[in-house]
Design a protein around this ligand. Sequence first.
Ligand code: HEC
Length: 126
Amino acid sequence: MRIKAKNRRRSPRKPGNIWSVLALGFVAAGGAPSLPALAEGAVDAARGKQLSYLVRQDCGSCHGMTLKGGLGRPLLPETLAGADARTLAAIILDGIPGTPMPPWRGQIDETEAMWIARALKEGTIE
Ligand code: HEC
């Protein structure tokens, strides 16, 4: 699959604002993220390893194997510091419409999306 570079928005958004902008975008689109029943620590060690592998391989194809960015922006603790984990989980589950960022709902559930969001923020992806 080839992704057209022109679909990529390159507008210089201020880093501090992007998360609220994204969240507002979801609300405006009528798809406000609501992840009410997010269990903490409900991902066991074996599934955690699988999710880490998924992030490195599948997310890594766009965000870089070391998550330092590529087609998608870096997913490193310092770049995600200002982001709410729930907003990140919603992005992971539903993607960002109009961009190459795909939805992952169906492959991972909400608890797992929260696990990935936290692990990215904490830099604990194996
Ligand atoms: C086909 C390429 C592609 C894949 C695969 C992909 N992403 Fe993305 N992702 C993107 C792009 C491009 C953006 C930026 C979209 C935009 O212009 O706002 C993005 C944005 C994001 C964002 C919001 C932060 C940001 O950089 O704007 C998060 C969080 C994210 N991706 C996580 C993931 C995770 C976790 C996975 C794997 C489960 C994943 N992505 C897989 C392309 C991809």
